[in-house]
Design a protein around this ligand. Structure first.
Ligand code: NAP
Ligand code: MG
Length: 404
């Protein structure tokens, strides 16, 4: 069979530790036999980031802007221990943070659903996608401890030096604490556009929730911006696609989500998204089954697994011990990127390959062959916990049957 040819290159961002090992296995066994991979390769492994003073991360994000689609391996975010381990010149910033800042995107996390791995909420038969606004609020706050007898105010000074003041609290009877938070119209607008575009792209409803009944200016502003953008730019497209956008209170959405079957995009403010994505990930099972895509408001896509570099498994691997690391989320990052590239470049065979890669992966698991993390969750009787190599080998076999 002739290999599928690509037109525009994919931006390939290689990474660290166990996921870097898995990355190569996926390329060798699941991609190379079927696709003539055209990629622009950026090595975001920590060694190379250090060598390039992290310029490679910036270059990879710029390339993503240029070509439109990237696939990224998990990478180490250095801490003090890593600075020592890798003899780093500096404690380089999180690559994901750098890339997100350049692409101005929103991160969508979606679980992969497999038969026989039942979510802790068994009625969640379809995936719930969490879209987290990744700018501002308490993540860019200013906090102070306030001694008794003080008075705290908000002060805004305009460009002409005029002050507007509002009392936060008079601490005459007790010491306490205060916090200042902000957000930007531009950032909220990008967030709204990313969510609404991704909903059209994936044909799902969007629920957006905040606490506007209590936060009558701050949270209400989010609600207003979403409503304006929806009305002006998306309403007709949503109606034509038969999907829905609605705003409701965060309390209400929590109740609705628990009673739902999934299959929606839940747009969250920064803190809500931080907490709810952990709740949703846990409820669906394994971190190894959680995918993630960064979508910029102008339609640039970066696909990855939600988990990290699986360091503990890597140290076992280095000692020559058997590992059973789940490659599924990383495989789906590749399939997502191929499908998007295929859509943009009008290469139906590439989209078809992406579908079959996912199908082969799911059917391997459903036939009882899976990695240890999935075996621990699966209710199948004849399941087998296999090594990463064996699992990818079994997927490759199923895939070649589908690709004839
Ligand atoms: P992690 O790599 O996500 O792994 C945490 C634990 O979750 C693992 O030890 C493993 O549990 C389980 N796990 C995660 N992914 C798995 C998979 N694919 N298959 C099987 N089990 C899986 O998080 P971490 O250990 O906290 O972080 C390691 C490094 O990753 C850090 O340097 C961090 O900076 C980086 N990180 C990167 C990203 C990213 O690039 N997007 C995201 C998060 C973290 P068991 O050990 O119990 O088997
Ligand atoms: Mg969190």
């Amino acid at each position: 069979m002739a290999k599928i040819q690509m037109k525009t290159p994919l931006v390939e961002m290689d990474g660290d530790e166990m996921t870097r090992v898995v990355w190569q296995m996926i390329k060798d066994e699941l991609i190379a036999p079927f696709v003539d991979l055209k990629s622009e390769y950026y090595d975001l492994g920590l060694v190379h980031r250090n060598e390039t003073d992290d310029q490679v991360t910036i270059d990879s994000a710029e390339a993503t802007k240029k070509y439109g689609v990237a696939v990224k391996c998990a990478t180490i975010t250095p801490n003090a221990a890593r600075v020592e381990e890798y003899h780093l010149k500096e404690m380089w910033k999180s690559p994901n943070g750098t890339i997100r800042a350049i692409l101005d995107g929103t991160v969508f996390r979606t679980p992969i659903i497999v038969k026989d791995i039942t979510p802790f909420i068994p009625t969640w038969t379809k995936p719930i996608t969490i879209a987290r606004h990744a700018y501002g609020d308490i993540y860019k706050n200013t906090e102070l401890a306030v001694p008794q007898g003080s008075k705290a105010e908000l002060v805004v000074t305009d460009e002409n030096g005029n002050e507007t003041r509002a009392l936060i609290h008079d601490f005459k009877n007790s010491a306490g604490i205060i916090q200042g938070v902000h957000n930007l119209d531009k950032s909220i607008q990008s967030f709204a556009r990313s969510c609404l575009s991704y909903a059209l792209d994936t044909h799902q409803d969007v629920w957006f929730a905040a606490k506007d009944t209590i936060s009558k200016t701050y949270d209400h502003h989010f609600k207003d911006i979403f409503a304006e953008i929806y009305e002006a730019e998306y309403k007709e497209k949503f109606e034509a696609a038969g999907i829905e956008y609605f705003y409701t209170l965060i309390d209400d959405v929590v109740a609705r989500i628990v009673r739902s079957n999934g299959g929606v995009i839940w747009a969250c403010k920064n803190y809500d998204g931080d907490v709810m994505s952990d709740m949703v990930a846990t409820a669906y099972g394994s971190l190894g089954l959680m995918t993630s895509v960064l979508v910029s408001p102008d339609g640039v896509y970066e696909y990855e697994a939600a988990h990290g570099t699986v360091q503990r498994h890597y140290y076992k691997y280095l000692k020559g011990e058997r590992t059973s690391t789940n490659p599924v989320a990383t495989i789906f990052a590749w399939s997502g990127a191929f499908r998007k590239r295929g859509e943009l470049d009008e290469i139906p065979e590439l989209c078809d390959y992406a579908d079959k890669l996912e199908k082969a992966t799911i059917s391997t698991i459903e036939s009882g062959i899976m990695t240890g993390d999935m075996a621990a969750l699966s209710t199948l009787e004849n399941k087998q916990s296999v090594s990463t190599e064996e699992f990818i080998g079994a997927i490759a076999e199923n895939l070649s049957k589908l690709m004839v």
